[in-house]
Design a protein around this ligand. Sequence first.
Ligand SMILES: Cc1cc2nc3c(=O)[nH]c(=O)nc-3n(C[C@H](O)[C@H](O)[C@H](O)COP(=O)(O)OP(=O)(O)OC[C@H]3O[C@@H](n4cnc5c(N)ncnc54)[C@H](O)[C@@H]3O)c2cc1C
Length: 370
Amino acid sequence: MSSRHFDAIIVGAGPAGSSCALALRDAGWRVGIIDRKCFPRDKVCAGWVTPEVWDLLGINPAGYARNHVLQEIRRFRVGLIGGHAAEFGFDRVVSYGIRRCEFDAFLAERSKAVLVEGKQVRSLERVRGIWHINGGRWQAPVLVGAGGHFCPVARHLGARPGRCEPAVHAQELEFRLPPAWRECINASCPELYFCPDLRGYGWLFRKGDWLNVGLGRQDQAPLGVHVDAFINWLVSEGRMPELPEARMRGHAYLLASASHRKVVDDGVLLVGDAAGLAYGSSGEGIRPAVESGLMAARTLVHCKGDFSQERLREYADALVRRFARGKTARDWPAWLVRPLFRWTGFVRRFVIEQGFLRSYGPFLQDVDRA
Ligand SMILES: Cc1cc2nc3c(=O)[nH]c(=O)nc-3n(C[C@H](O)[C@H](O)[C@H](O)COP(=O)(O)OP(=O)(O)OC[C@H]3O[C@@H](n4cnc5c(N)ncnc54)[C@H](O)[C@@H]3O)c2cc1C
């Protein structure tokens, strides 16, 4: 087989694409991943990773921490923007902070797939059961769309990002902490502040010597207004000094409950943000990206060469069972929000434990049914 021909081509080397690639490689497939960026590349993201992600990936966090930034989290400061906030501690590590430039490069390399970097997928065509990428530059019978929210494979299947899709829009800035800031921002207690209408939240998240600050919301209103108000409020509250002169970076994603994208067709399926799988209460997208990558690989291996839409539908059904459930935080009536956020028992149980940290339940038995 030449460097043009693969058993499967994956578009996008984020967590979804790399997880799928590794599982297919383990099954003996020859896999090519095409990414428009060169690695290590950054990805707009806060960098929370729940403990289950390490289990899914089969990675020991302590081993990862030897060469990469890994912030253990046992404590949060949680409140409303412009309102009350309190700290909540846990007797175990409940989440981790990573830097996406490091994490994604690590996963891509570990996948052992042929990584074609710095090449944008521009055209897709299926001729007699074979996908031709960019006019035939790369060819494979199976195509996996893992290119994130704006994935070209998702567009090929009919997705129209930005039009009629109720996406979450988010902005963040990640930078190395100036030495003078290290005293005033606590690495062991990241901060989460919810919008009073519960349509989103902002964060102040220190990961070792790096700080990530940002805000995401699920609505059509201009995000910049909310971001500016949040940053000004953090500064006025003394939570951080003025931000350096740097542009916030933005991106979008779909919550699973709001995603109606077609995810399979003959010889093709979508994984991760391309399918729109983020968890409603937190926006966690890395875990569903990894899970869906593994689920897709498993289905493809089960197919034994029959990659028809009918055969791949088992993957689409498994995604519905696994991710299309759960209510978003917006379900709380707005007039109740301020009093509820003063009640620490409510914030601990419903906002942190059952909302921000809960994500999806156990993984494997659902995949086993697929
Ligand atoms: C501001 C913000 C903060 C977030 N914070 C968190 C968080 O803390 N924790 C969490 O779990 N989730 C978070 N998310 C969501 C999370 O980032 C995504 O759900 C996750 O990255 C999805 O992974 P993926 O592999 O599906 O896609 P991505 O990580 O987006 O990877 C897609 C890849 O495809 C490549 N690509 C795109 N188009 C093309 C093309 N035409 N040709 C070739 N390659 C292409 C890109 O270069 C990229 O490498 C956040 C999202 C945002 C916007």
